[in-house]
Ligand binder design. Structure first.
Ligand code: BGC
Length: 763
């Protein structure tokens, strides 16, 4: 045993035994243990626990350790290796009460292995695949000494101008709630205390996705019924699944910032939903209460936040600076402080840290020899999940799958873009470890076909945008512009196209364009790339667009140019391989959109489950005095739930087991689904409900269930869906949650528009 490893072992043993000796209460009684510990804590030590700091250049390591040992820091985020975290835990173990630190990080769609962005994961409609993402992320993050993730992000997004649309799971309450549950369960495993689990802190509570105009950090104004029916259920699903933490949103809700919102954190979260875990403010949000205009200074901001129920303060100094005087003046009571401390210690307890502060950090002798080693990645899982997230939007004349023969022109600014492959919030992912589309094609083809690569254009020709996006990334420039004139780059791509049998153009957004603080006023592919597409189309060669983007794009023009379009989001470490699998037919695409693609930005908001209205637009009928825009076709370009396959699927014989449903009983809806194509493949059969006449207007349709089925070519199967009163309940304007007797339509389809319908009555 070398010196280092002996030291590690001694520290670990010492800390465990020392810790076990400190409080008189046995560890197995959580409440008594924490109560006893709190009795021993000074006011300063209690306030210290509320402080969550970001590890960064502005905080020298020495200072951090001193602060930790003095009991002035409860946890950190952004330190992501065992050997970074171990000295901090050691410092905590040198503290008077040896209260362990915890280490958090934004593990959103993978940790070292990067999976598709969340919007792509949702497009898989595959709960097993999503569970694999959560579990793999937890295993990898825990192995790096991380105890908590600020995820899942389950904000419903219905305005794609919002850059954080990429980070969530789309527009639909039911689908996002299902995923929310799966993510929490797979992050936390059997218990968040396990060595290979991390605690989930669901975010951003609440309604962040509804910021006005899709402009980040903007206000949210919403009726209670809409909140309860559409926006709150995904957070609730995470809480019900046992999420140990909640991150509070940066926005205000009906005029009251979430960070100072007593109704939100106390009445709803704790009292109504029974949440027992820890709350954390978002980055700097307590201080922002001044700019929201609800606190006159930092002192008032700290008071409002703690009284409303913010336990941990993320990168704010205000609790530390102002709570002592607020406690002295009595503006904040000892109970207010104790409530917050109790939740934080409770979370540490639940993460298993009192039992063993080194449960995830381990001993130095077992640290990975190379933290960044490729062998630490889960490439197979990443490829499998990435393939499931891809959505085939167009495929004229069966342009896809491509033959592994002849010559392929591979063009576009995103064809060989390792950073973009990973998407935003790529945790500890390393760009050089991601497989680009160019690399994926190379590996898939070997020497069976020739690939001519040409970049063709920059992501954008707008220098101000490049500067903005590069400013967002601290480590390396996000976008490195090719200095050649646009015309030269296009000419090179056109030449490649002319020498080829088919053109594959990888276009869309750079990853930073779909990120926090990256709201857009247009949903179009930037002009530099549209020029490229125009020139490629003019060659007359079959044109396949491979899209990379983190939000719905307005693709009406592109749809006319392309023979095939494959939506790939930002598909992660193995994205290039997964995309090649689909392009060459080694995998039959099965993804379905989890968010509506509008025709233009002017149609926003456009989501499939909007409320019914008095003058709906009816396709094919005269449009006057109906709800519509007269300058372009109405309705979405690609509806929610849409996605093609290399096979064809048909639905028939929707039938209900009864025309009536009694409360407390169930009804069976069955439908036959057939693979009428030549390839085996998967599809998603979606069940929607419409309340025909209720006490208030209800959505035109709402997803209530779905089944993803694999069918061999020619295979037919009957699927059954059970319907009970539960699926028919909603929150009315008096906030009562009940199903109202009367007629309901059941709609089943392969997307939200092409549906079959039957009616029954709830008695
Ligand atoms: C984001 C959060 C994130 C936090 C810590 C904030 O800017 O809004 O989602 O968890 O930073 O990185």
């Amino acid at each position: 045993m070398n010196k280092l490893c002996l030291l590690g072992l001694l520290v670990s043993l010492a800390s465990q035994s020392a810790f076990a000796a400190a409080p008189a209460e046995p560890l197995k009684n959580k409440d008594a243990f924490i109560a006893n510990l709190m009795k021993q804590m000074t006011e300063d030590e209690k306030i210290g626990q509320l402080r969550l700091i970001s590890i960064g250049p502005e905080m020298p390591r020495e200072l951090i350790r001193k602060e930790i040992a003095a009991g002035r820091i409860g946890g950190t985020f952004n330190s992501i290796t065992r050997d970074e975290n171990r000295p901090m835990q050691d410092a905590a173990m040198r503290g008077r009460l040896k209260i362990p630190m915890f280490f958090a990080y934004d593990v959103i769609h993978g940790h070292r292995t990067i999976f598709p962005i969340s919007l792509g994961l949702a497009a898989s409609w595959d709960m097993d695949a999503i569970a694999k993402v959560g579990r793999t992320s937890a295993v990898e993050a825990a192995a790096d000494g991380i105890d908590m993730t600020f995820a899942p992000m389950v904000d419903i997004a219905r305005d794609p101008r919002w850059g954080r649309t990429s980070e969530g799971f789309g527009e639909d309450t039911y689908l996002v709630s299902r995923i929310s549950r799966v993510m929490v369960e797979s992050f936390q495993g059997q218990s968040p205390a396990n060595a290979d689990s991390i605690m989930a802190a669901v975010k951003h509570f609440a309604l962040y996705g509804a910021v006005e105009g899709g402009r980040d950090y903007n206000t949210v104004d919403m009726s209670p019924a809409k909140m309860y029916n559409d926006y709150l259920p995904p957070y609730r699903a995470a809480i019900d699944a046992g999420a140990g933490g909640v991150m509070v949103a940066l926005n205000s809700i009906n005029g009251v910032p979430a960070t100072s919102n007593t109704w939100l954190m106390n009445d709803l979260l704790r009292k109504e939903w029974g949440f027992k875990g820890v709350t954390v403010s978002d980055h700097g949000a307590i201080g922002e209460l001044i700019r929201h205009g609800v606190a006159k200074d930092g002192t008032e901001a700290a008071k409002l936040a703690i009284k409303a129920g913010i336990d941990l303060s993320m990168n704010d100094s205000l609790y530390g600076e102002d709570l002592p005087k607020l406690l002295k003046s009595g503006d904040v009571s000892q109970t207010d402080l104790d409530n917050a401390v109790r939740e934080i210690l409770g979370a540490k307890y639940d993460m298993g840290l009192f039992k063993d502060p080194y449960v995830r950090i381990g001993v130095a002798s077992e640290d990975p020899a190379d933290t960044y080693a490729d062998s630490r990645l889960h490439r197979e899982a990443a490829r499998d999940v990435a393939r499931r997230s891809l959505v085939l939007l167009e495929n004229r004349n069966q342009t896809l799958p491509l033959k592994k023969a002849g010559t392929i022109a591979l063009v576009g600014p995103l064809a060989d873009a390792p950073i973009d492959m990973m998407g935003s919030w790529a945790a500890a992912g390393r760009p050089h470890q991601s497989v680009t589309v160019r690399e994926g094609l190379r590996r898939a083809l070997g020497d069976q076909a020739k690939v001519i690569y040409a970049k063709g254009s920059n992501v954008t020709g707008d220098k101000a945008i490049v500067d903005y996006l590069n400013f967002l990334n601290f480590d390396a420039p996000e976008i490195v512009d090719d200095p050649r004139p646009a015309a030269v780059m296009i000419a090179e791509a056109v030449k490649a196209a002319k020498q080829s049998d088919v053109v594959v153009a990888v276009v869309g957004e750079s990853r930073g364009m779909s990120h926090e603080s990256s709201s857009r006023t247009t949903l179009e592919i930037p002009a530099s790339q549209r020029e490229l597409i125009k020139a490629l189309k003019a060659t007359g060669k079959p044109l396949v667009l491979v899209l990379m983007n983190g939000r719905p794009l307005a693709l009406a023009w592109e749809r006319e140019q392309a023979d095939a379009i494959l939506e790939t989001w930002f598909s992660g470490t193995e994205g290039g391989n997964a995309i090649a699998d689909v392009l060459f037919g080694d995998y039959n695409p099965s993804g379905k959109l989890a968010i509506t693609f509008p025709r233009s930005v002017g149609q926003i908001p456009m989501y499939y489950n909007h409320l019914r209205i008095g003058r709906p637009f009816t396709p094919g009928k005269p449009g006057n005095y109906t709800s519509q825009y007269f300058e372009e076709p109405n309705g979405p370009l690609y509806p929610f739930g849409y996605g093609l396959s290399y096979s064809d699927f048909s639905l028939s014989n929707l039938s209900l087991s009864s025309k009536t449903l009694k409360k407390g009983q169930t009804l069976d809806a069955s439908i036959q689904v057939k693979n009428t194509g030549k390839h085996d493949g998967e599809t998603v059969v979606q069940l929607y409900v419409q309340d025909v006449a209720a006490s208030m207007s209800r959505p035109v349709q709402e997803l209530k269930n779905f089944q993803k089925v694999m069918l061999k070519a020619g295979e037919e199967r009957t699927l059954h869906f059970s319907i009970s009163e539960e699926e028919l309940k909603f929150w009315n304007n008096q906030l009562q949650f009940a199903a109202e007797p009367g007629d309901f339509n059941i709609l089943i389809g392969l997307d939200s528009q092409a549906v079959q319908q039957q009616t029954f009555e709830l008695l």
